[in-house]
Design a binder for this molecule. Sequence first.
Ligand SMILES: Cc1ncc(COP(=O)(O)O)c(C=O)c1O
Length: 441
Amino acid sequence: MHTFSTLSFTPCKTLFQPMARFCCSMAVEEKGLVSYCTKVERNANLEKLQYNYLFPEISVRELRHIKKYPNAKVISLGIGDTTEPIPDIVALSMANYAKSLATPQGYKGYGAEQGNQELKKAIAETFYKDTGIKDSEVFVSDGSQCDISRLQMLFGSNVSIAVQDPSFPAYIDSSVIIGQTGDIEKESGRYQNIVYMECGPRNNFFPDLSKTARTDIIFFCSPNNPTGHASSRKQLEQLVEFAKRNGSIIVYDSAYAVYITDGPRSIYEIPGARKVAIEVSSFSKVAGFTGVRLGWTVVPEELVYSNGFPVINDFNRIVCTCFNGASNVAQAGGLACLSSDGFKAVRSNVDYYKENAEILVNTFTSLGLRVYGGTNAPYVWVHFPGSDSWDMFNEILEKTHIITVPGSGFGPEGREFIRVTAFGHRENILEASERLRSFLS
Ligand SMILES: Cc1ncc(COP(=O)(O)O)c(C=O)c1O
């Protein structure tokens, strides 16, 4: 076995790229597993990805911290993962479905690639009432992140994209991987061929569309991860109008829509959106399904390419070829979530996280900091003017043993911010608030 330092034959050059120091490659390096390289070239698009995915990098730093302070009680307000148990009514429905699979009458194999018909109907009725969305336009998936990549496969490498800056990293990373971008520009931290739509306090977290270049695809997330900003009806009307004028397709990510108290929860509440928008969404933050894995994508029939061909037909093809349908156990759970008692139960968890968000907003506000989000979203976006977000991340971790997320991980516009998640047990949120008060006051 060779380690990197003793590697004595033709080196696998990509392993020496800077990002090899993180995560999986770190494990390979530490264990000294590189003893042989194939002749297969690494996908050049993957080589363009400058840093490893944000959350693995945070995990690496967390592990280092735990090593340094083995007795510290680390509280994570970092990755946006749900913490509260799935309601009984939902868990039982999955357990019962799984049990029935052990019987000759209850056994089921492959289902429809597009999802269980009853669930598609329940999704259309629960989330798209009065918007004209039909159950046949709903595709059930194993989560919206997976569908974002499937949509990229649908669009291919020749389209141009725009993203909010800051935004959920999957849009940009999947764009790089599919080959839509050039290299990253070191100075700006931005990839060539991506239009970054700056969204910050200056513009009420909505891009100045009069100065935004046309792209084929516009990724837009509301409530936004990480800023927590839920776009107003007026903002979304402008967005739909902009897409229509430019002949663009909006990929609207509504993964956190259930957290919205005031304002539109779906892009299809905006007239004309059916002609220009696809919506991806998820049970992850609605029902604590981050581990169960269930989501959906809506592709309206009216959405067509420049040659008039319906996008829904191609998406159906992608789903049939690259996916093959969501887990039937997870779909049974999804159906239970959307029953009247199930929805009450999952809503109560959402309300709990919203209370957590309020505690965090009050904590940072009382310390004189500018805080955004947290009312219509489970994320709180805290401004540290003049500071670098990775420095703030390190300092907060060092002094309070609290994991946050550095805003620059979501794009250059996040460089002075940290994101704090409201997903957490109440006692941890309260303790974190106390620690932050004593550190920051
Ligand atoms: C904006 C946004 N979209 C999509 C996802 C992925 O959700 P899923 O668990 O459905 O893949 C996340 C997860 O954090 C997210 O923040």
